[in-house]
Design a protein. Structure first.
Length: 423
């Protein structure tokens, strides 16, 4: 179907200008004021909402195969569409773990059947994500976004060196969950004032940054393209900043919850529990500065749905992970862009441009490109109600908050995959 999206606003880098987007045969025909519609086009009045290139999230958990009681490819990709995403990278902590072409194809078949948007799976670094033997990276390489043992840090430096060497040979990147198990000591929230005041066991920041430091040395040695998942600590920001200055091929991401909350905001509720944990006010400030100066390349949600029972056991006993696809843009826009802390152009780079450059998928909002786009009413606010999520997961620290930026429409290859009708 062809469309004319009328009365939109296009971000130019300096501000917003009026735009009508003409879409035909799955591609953008033109983006100009007053453009005539393609033959047979359906006209949609955007009422001065902003039109953005569809967002890219390089770190989500879609839980299928193996854990469809938490999330499915269908519900997870609908959740992504509602959040403005058109590309997501799905982590491999599944059953079966995609550590060979055979096991990867189980996931790929479900994606082809049920995905509402573009889904790019990661292959595991090691067999079963157990850290002992390298996965069949060569067989999987043409079909994956990269390689990750997300959910588990690769404990052996020699194993990580071997993985980086193989990834370099294959032209793929390593996306690392950095966590030194020897430093965890049973912790489950940040080792800070809240943990001490409330009798909780803390996770020290070194469990993250220590392994990042190791991996940066290995990336420099092997020449591997290295991506650091969900950084949360100020030391991590500084290590990556220094490595970039030294020419190491490294990018990194952080999540919206690390940018909005600190451990002073924690509650005795599983919706505040994720790994790595929400850290201190100083860590949050360092992350925001990392966004501003380009040290941090991407915002990724680490969308990690669990059942209500798994998240209903309080801070100590709940499963690690929160959902985030349906609140990510609004959370960062509300808390950083609207107050003037982060420019809009930088937010779009963090949600789209930098991931396109690093991972090689996604498209600019331009004539001739695939019609992968999203539309947001930036002036409209909403109260986060997890019961209205498309995701099966309900645990989010943003529950009950008022956020600005409502996704009105998301389009993938010219097909509308999410549309919120006017109330």
């Amino acid at each position: 179907m062809n469309y004319l999206l009328k009365n939109g606003l296009l971000f130019t880098g300096e501000g917003f200008c009026p735009a009508d987007v003409s879409v035909a045969d799955g591609r953008i025909v033109s983006i100009v004021g007053g453009q005539d519609a393609a033959p047979g086009a359906v006209t949609i009045d955007l009422h001065h909402a902003a039109v953005f290139p569809g967002f890219v999230d390089v770190h989500v958990h879609l839980r299928e195969p193996g854990f469809s009681y938490k999330e499915t490819i269908r519900t997870g990709t609908l959740s992504a569409a509602r959040g403005g995403y058109v590309h997501v990278c799905a982590m491999p902590n599944l059953d079966p773990v995609p550590d060979s072409l055979e096991t990867l194809n189980v996931q790929r078949e479900i994606i082809a059947r049920d995905g509402a948007i573009h889904v790019h799976p990661y292959g595991a670094i090691t067999c079963g994500e157990r850290g002992g033997v390298l996965a069949d990276m060569e067989a999987m390489a043409p079909h994956v976004a990269g390689f990750s043992d997300d959910g588990r840090g690769v404990q052996s430096g020699e194993m990580m060196r071997a993985a980086m060497t193989e990834a370099r040979r294959l032209g793929k990147l390593i996306a690392a969950h950095c966590e030194d198990n020897s430093l965890l000591r049973g912790g489950y929230i940040h080792d800070g004032a809240y943990a001490r005041a409330n009798g909780h066991r803390g996770i020290c920041s070194e469990s993250e940054w220590g392994q990042i430091a190791r991996d940066l040395r290995l990336a420099a040695e092997t020449g591997c393209a290295y991506h650091v998942c969900h950084i949360s600590a100020r030391e991590s920001v500084e290590l990556i900043r220094r490595a970039k200055a030294e020419g190491v091929d490294v990018t990194c991401e952080t999540g919206p919850h690390y940018l909005v909350f600190c451990d002073e905001d924690l509650r005795e509720d599983g919706r505040f529990k994720m790994n790595p944990p929400i850290r201190s006010r100083e860590d949050r400030a360092a992350l925001i500065e990392g966004l501003r100066d380009g040290t941090i390349d991407m915002i990724a949600t680490d969308h990690a749905p669990h059942s209500a029972e798994e998240k209903g056991r309080g801070l100590e006993k709940s499963a690690m992970g929160v959902v985030g696809l349906e609140t990510a843009f609004a959370a960062v826009y509300t808390h950083l862009v609207r107050p003037g802390t982060l420019p809009m152009g930088r937010l779009l780079a963090l949600l789209h441009d930098n991931a396109v450059r690093r991972f090689g998928f996604g498209a600019p909002l331009a004539s001739g490109q695939p019609a992968d786009l999203t539309v947001f009413d930036l002036d409209k606010s909403f109260t986060v109600d997890p019961e209205k999520f498309q995701s099966m997961g309900r645990a989010t620290p943003f529950a009950g908050m008022e956020l600005y930026g409502v996704c009105k429409l998301t389009m993938v290859d010219g097909k509308i995959v999410w549309r919120e009708e006017a109330a």
